[in-house]
Design a protein around this ligand. Structure first.
Ligand SMILES: [Zn+2]
Length: 300
């Protein structure tokens, strides 16, 4: 967001952040009745959860853990959990931001038919969205890779703490509940194991190198087929699991709009591309699109 050059000038800062292309978005929204929304990391950055990629879609930092390395290399498993343990307090206290609130309000007003998110933070649901597919899973649940037992991530945090008394890391927060922790500190960390069978534990999220579960994808595709437009909000679409919704929408001749700061792999398929901060653009568009007075009941 562009701030006002005058210190302490909030009004001017707000005006300066207004993007005239927002009006295009509100008019685009007004033309559709059952919008399918795909959200990505850009929706959660304003909640303090960083993005992996820069405005060119390139990695900002070391790429995330691949599933094969996680399963087969003890050092990778240990490092993953040390960083996840250190990053959890910041991750779990993140609050929904204006983008989440705008999309929830839009659903309540009967405009948004279904929301698919690539984020694993649950912030859409906490903002009040109900028709949501967590495409890449949720970080608040863990699953055993051996016996399949599922457990609460919050409770696991206590278990990890009990097994690592005195272990402490000065961690900088990173994407997806991850955190930067020095290698020498990681070496003394005791990673968690399944309490039932001793197997490896993994957060119930789709790691890089894994596929979205087919039934989950199929349900999301059904929702897309029942929609009349696709809006991408805050995703560079560098991951195929998101891009394929855009391609499917294009093949079905659904109108596509994209709101993202930076280029995306779907730009060529969109009839409208808004280069803007997602929170600003959606808040403005939903405010000018929502019917006056009480919100309409949601469509089923
Ligand atoms: Zn197990």
């Amino acid at each position: 967001m562009e701030g006002c050059p005058v210190d302490g000038c909030d009004t001017m800062a707000a005006m300066a952040s207004y993007d005239p292309s927002d009006d295009q978005l509100s008019r685009w929204i007004a033309r559709h009745k059952r919008v399918f929304v795909l959200t990505g990391a850009g929706c959660s950055t304003a909640s303090g959860i960083p993005d992996y990629r820069d405005e060119k879609g390139e990695w900002k930092r070391r790429p995330p853990v691949m599933i094969q390395a996680f399963r087969t290399q003890d050092a990778v498993y240990r490092r993953y959990w040390a960083r996840a343990y250190a990053g959890w307090p910041r991750f779990i206290t993140a609050q929904p931001n204006a983008a989440h609130q705008a999309l929830a309000a839009w659903e309540a007003a009967g405009k948004l038919f279904h929301l698919v998110t690539q984020n694993v933070d649950g912030l859409h649901q906490r903002a009040g969205s109900r028709s949501v597919t967590d495409l890449h899973g949720r970080l608040d649940t863990v699953v055993c890779l051996s016996c399949g037992n599922r457990a609460s991530r919050a409770e696991l945090q206590d278990t990890i703490a009990a097994a690592n008394q005195g272990w402490q890391a000065d961690a900088a927060v990173a994407p997806d509940g991850d955190a930067d922790v020095e290698a020498s500190v990681i070496a003394s960390f005791e990673p968690p194991r399944c309490q039932l069978c001793g197997g490896q534990l993994k957060p119930d999220v789709v790691f890089f190198g894994e596929n979205v579960p087919p039934d989950r994808y199929a349900r999301a595709r059904e929702a897309l087929a029942a929609s009349d437009a696709l809006l991408v909000a805050g995703s560079s679409l560098m991951v195929y699991s998101g891009l394929r919704f855009v391609r499917a929408a294009h093949e079905s001749r659904l109108p596509i709009a994209i709101v993202n700061r930076g280029r995306t792999r779907g730009d060529d398929l969109a009839e409208l591309k808004i280069e803007a901060d997602v929170s600003n653009a959606l808040t403005e568009a939903v405010a000018t699109t929502a019917p006056a007075g009480a919100a309409a009941p949601p469509q089923v």
